[in-house]
Design a protein around this ligand. Structure first.
Ligand code: AMP
Ligand code: ZN
Ligand code: FE
Ligand code: FE
Length: 298
């Protein structure tokens, strides 16, 4: 059976989403999803709760992760699917990435204070419930304090790359991000390519050629904030380089209030067939069957 809608890009309270893994699975179920990937930033802590909830709701759970790679002018995020959360290489690298956040985050708080905002870092950590702290948690606190009207405004005025309270953090090189996901038995997918902010089709095409040579497996062409034209263009680029096409909403609950799970901004539709192709690729990759995180027959 190959019908059904899915969502391969979502965030929980373990990173910068507002829904717990269970709440997220429940919402996906109410929207008729057949399969859901959770792709928290730099953490796999949602997996256990999500697996149990997915079993109860009769949904297929796909273990995922989102890693921020070193890139400019825009941002490059690499999604990993069917990653083995027991992988030592993965656990070690995630600890390093959390350290890099913990170095950056207090500096963001200092910048905000220097700009005259009454924000101290321990309150941001509380907002994040002690999970992976990200810029959206700073944004939420700025909204709660009445400094800005929305999380988006907090990013536009203060937190986005190049804005006054933006602070760089150490990131993995694209090659290392892909290699890490592969070492954890997973499939590596370039997330939301519009965020790369590349100037032309040719520039995207050249970058994808480089990433494909490094082992990239797919492109998230079907994405909430991609226009229909972008979805077609990125799908075409994926096919051209023999890569998978994937899709997801980037659901963050109230941290991205316009984006819903499964349906995105209202026009998202990701078909189960894309996941079947992805699982087939994961199966080719994983050599130890006991480490298989996505069952291709599932
Ligand atoms: P961090 O990993 O802490 O640097 O935060 C990255 C997250 O912040 C992304 O996954 C988005 O959820 C959010 N974000 C980044 N840039 C923007 C932006 N320009 N507008 C709104 N949200 C953003
Ligand atoms: Zn996020
Ligand atoms: Fe992202
Ligand atoms: Fe995301």
């Amino acid at each position: 059976m190959s019908g059904g809608v899915i969502d391969l890009h979502t965030h929980t309270t373990h990173s910068d989403g507002s829904a717990s893994p269970e709440e997220l699975i429940a919402r996906a179920s109410s929207k008729g999803a057949r399969s859901i990937a959770i792709t928290d930033h730099d953490t796999v802590d949602a997996f256990a709760e999500a697996r149990a909830a997915a079993d109860r709701f009769g949904i297929e759970f796909v273990p995922g992760i989102e890693i921020s790679a070193d890139f400019s002018p825009g941002t490059m995020h690499i999604l990993g699917y069917c990653v083995d959360d027991e992988s030592t290489a993965l656990k070690e690298k995630l600890a390093t990435l959390k350290n890099a956040r913990e170095k950056r985050n207090p500096e963001i708080a200092r910048r905000l204070e220097a700009l005259g905002f009454d924000i101290n870092y321990s309150e941001v950590v509380q907002t994040a419930n002690n999970n992976v702290v990200g810029r959206p948690h700073f944004a939420r606190l700025l909204v709660e304090r009445g400094y800005v009207r929305s999380i988006q405004e907090a990013f536009d005025r203060l937190l986005k790359k190049g804005a006054p309270a933006y602070v760089e953090k150490a990131r993995l090189a694209p090659a290392d991000s892909i290699e890490l996901i592969h070492r954890a038995g997973g499939v590596a997918v370039l997330a939301h390519p519009y965020q790369l902010k590349l100037p032309s089709y040719e520039a995207v095409n050249e970058l994808v050629a480089e990433l494909a040579a490094l082992g990239l497996d797919g492109i998230e062409a079907i994405y909430s904030r991609h226009s229909q034209a972008e979805r077609s263009t990125y799908s075409e680029i994926a096919t051209r380089h023999h890569l998978l096409v994937t899709g997801g909403s980037d659901y963050h609950g109230s941290y991205k209030p316009d984006i819903d799970i499964v349906t995105g901004l209202g026009d998202l539709e990701v078909s189960y067939a894309l996941l079947e192709a992805l699982k087939a690729r994961a199966k080719d990759r994983v050599t130890k069957p006991e480490a298989k995180a996505c069952d291709p027959r599932g």
